[in-house]
Structure formats: C-alpha cells, structure tokens
Design a protein around this ligand. Sequence first.
Ligand code: GLN
Length: 200
Amino acid sequence: MIVGVLALQGGVEEHLAALEALGATTRKVRVPKDLDGLEGIVIPGGESTVLDKLARAFDVAEPLATLISNGLPVFATCAGLIYLAKHLDNPARGQQTLAVVDVVVRRNAFGAQRESFDTTVDVSFDGVTFPGVQASFIRAPIVTELGCTTEAIAVLNSGEVVGVRQGNIIVLSFHPEETGDYRIHQAWLDLVRKRIELAI
Ligand code: GLN
C-alpha cells in the first residue's frame, strides 16, 4: 500500500515523517503520473492560494479532484482543508479549491501569524475518541458550515469546528504533524487499510 503526500508546498516533510514513523510506504505527488496506484493521499498545510496555483500549473488539480470524488481517502491539514472545501467565506482573489468536501471554511479565522497557538483538542470518529490531540494552529481556518454528508470530529471549547470527516476524508484545521502526535495519521491509515480489505 502506497500513500501519497501532495508535495507542491508547505509541511510535506512533516507528514512524510509521520507516515513513515507509522510504517507506511509514501510517495511525493507533484504531477498526474505520481497519482497512479495510490491508496490514499495527504494534503499538507502551507498556503492554500499557492497550493491552488501550483496544482493547476502542474496539471494535478483536476485528476486529484476526480480521484477524491471517486473515493480516494484523504487526510488534510490546515491549508489542505481549505483546498478541499466546497466553499470559502473569504477566498483570495481568483482562489480556486478542489471543492470535494461539503463545508464552508473561513481562512485565517484566528487572525495573523502572531495569533497562532498550540493547544489540545479531542478528536472523535467511528465511536473512538482521541483525547487531547496536540495541535498547532498556524493562521488556521475554521469550518463555519457543515453539509449533510459531513460530521464535525473536533470542536474547540470556544465552539469552533476544527475537524471534519466526510467518508474516507479527514480534514483538520490544525497541524498534529508538527507536534509528533500521530494518532490521527494512524487512524486515517487504518481507514485506508480497511477500504482495501473491503475491496478484496
Ligand atoms: N492561512 C493559510 C491559508 O490560507 C493556511 C495556514 C496553514 O496551512 N498553516 O492557506
């Protein structure tokens, strides 16, 4: 089983380190042929407007959106969440997304870089709770509306939705890959494995 990490910009190495620490075989994805045979893909944080521009320039945006719509499992953090959202409250001029997760997202919802913070947040799905996940919020987005196929899996004490699941897609506003707390990477890899087993 090979899982990809979209390697155009942002926290690519941190996600590769997390996945490899958990025993996964990984591949950097930059161009359409890198998508061949992947069982799942991670979309890292960084800057969603840059991710968008580079993915279009490398012609990887369209095939990636198609694969995800057809069920390819995804784990995305921060800018990755923004890049997957169907709607943005405050897109930059000309900003496009892959529009595959049925949520509305507000970019930079906690303010500028200096308002970045670390905290712990409980993440729950499939009847399992991961208590106190170590989370870095860096110019983080929030989810302001959920669609009917999406569920909130992480909510801050102040009420903001910062994690969502839609089928095999897990998206987080924050960066567990920055903190060394890899429990959600592990849970997502388990989802990927379960999907392969069901298909056999
Ligand atoms: N604010 C950034 C954006 O709009 C996301 C920041 C991050 O990924 N840490 O893409």
